[in-house]
Design a protein around this ligand. Structure first.
Ligand code: SF4
Length: 363
């Protein structure tokens, strides 16, 4: 299987660091057809279910849905994998998603097409530096985004996704708690602004969303005043200020269903466009501008680590059944607590919103 190696610069506490992503070549149409047939069989033979993120290749998304699996954001991926009866979960996404699946379902075999698929937020928040940050601020409740390692989650009081970050922090703020937030500074900034919480943030960023450009987006809005702008909150504040809607991938998918609006400019990874166009075939979706034509990999609005997931490496891992995702046993129980706290909170919040329970309990 041939592949293209991409160099990626990302921010960490020391400044800029470099990582790599190995992106597989597209298979021929004939090979693709053979692989899809074989993968369907292999999933059945292994009693496996495929859970894919919205940002991975459309073939993987379609295969997941066509075989009883799921395409979703990281919150729904975690919830679905935990509840599903399959003995093997195959996670098409990036490393922290496979780790989260293992933390929540330690009895299951967790496989990933590419275990070296990273995330700049995870890489940019090493656990030793993060522990020192927490030690320096013992009076704060530690809330970390799901895009972090098991070791960072194990230090957290709460794990959140972009789908529930505002609700969780608002809840904590109402209890009088001060927040230590990590790792995405733009999402932290947005959450603080939405909730009024006293929030001290780590300074990481997503290499994809950090590239959206406000001036170019404002120009595009002027040219297309009928379009509505949907933005993921990992984007810079100036981009969020131009949005008609700010929310998670799931939220963006729902917002695109707004009646009477036919055109949307969307600021999130362009892997999302597959599900948007499938769900709303009569609507038009346009990519929000990034750095534009001189374009490095960072400015193509597609995560190179998500792009590491392909049909060939999915086949290889399913065929071999190994290597599994593993977690340091000393971390599993501690890392599970803040994730389960999030899952319990979102379940209770949904019931409360539906008017079925009077209030949320404390963490
Ligand atoms: S799109 Fe950004 S946040 Fe998502 S996995 Fe890639 S680098 Fe991480």
């Amino acid at each position: 299987m041939s592949a293209c190696n991409i160099q990626i610069d990302y921010e960490n506490p020391q400044g800029l660091a470099t990582a790599w992503a190995r992106v597989p070549e597209e298979p021929s149409q004939e090979r693709r057809r053979v692989l899809l047939e074989e993968l369907e069989d292999l999933l059945g033979q292994r009693n496996a279910v495929l859970v894919a993120h919205y940002y991975v290749h459309p073939d993987l998304q379609d295969l997941a849905e066509g075989t009883g699996g799921l395409v979703a954001d990281s919150l729904e991926m975690a919830r679905f994998g935990k509840q599903h009866s399959a003995t093997t979960l195959v996670v098409a996404g990036v490393r922290f998603m496979g780790e989260t699946a293992k933390i929540l379902s330690p009895e299951k075999t967790i496989l990933m097409p590419e275990r070296e698929a990273e995330c700049s937020l995870d890489l940019g928040c090493p656990s030793d530096a993060f522990h020192a940050f927490c030690d320096a601020h013992p009076d704060r409740t530690v809330v970390v985004y799901s895009n972090t390692s098991a070791a960072v989650k194990a230090r957290a009081d709460w794990v959140v996704t972009s789908g529930c970050a505002v609700a969780v922090v608002r809840h904590l703020h109402e209890q009088g708690e001060k927040i230590l937030w990590a790792p995405d500074r733009h999402l932290g900034d947005y959450v603080a602004q939405e909730t009024g919480a006293d929030l001290l943030s780590w300074q990481g960023s997503c290499i994809v969303h950090d590239e959206f450009k406000a001036a170019e987006l404002a120009d595009l809005k002027m040219k297309m005043p009928w379009a509505r702008v949907l933005v993921h909150p990992e984007s810079p504040r100036a981009v969020l200020a131009l949005a008609d809607y700010v929310g998670s991938t799931r939220g963006i998918l729902e917002a695109a269903g707004t009646p009477m609006v036919e055109t949307f400019i969307v600021a999130t990874d362009n892997g999302m466009f597959h599900k948007l166009r499938q769900t709303y075939p009569d609507k038009t979706f346009i990519e929000a501008p990034t750095a534009g034509s001189g374009a490095t990999c960072k400015s193509c609005a597609h995560c190179p680590w998500m792009a590491m997931n392909g049909l060939e490496n999915l086949r290889a891992i399913l065929f071999a059944g190994t290597p599994e995702v593993t977690i340091d046993p000393g971390l599993v129980d501690r890392a599970r607590l803040p994730i389960e706290r999030m899952l319990d909170f979102t379940r209770a919040d949904a019931l409360r919103t539906a008017g079925l329970v009077p209030h949320l309990g404390a963490a």
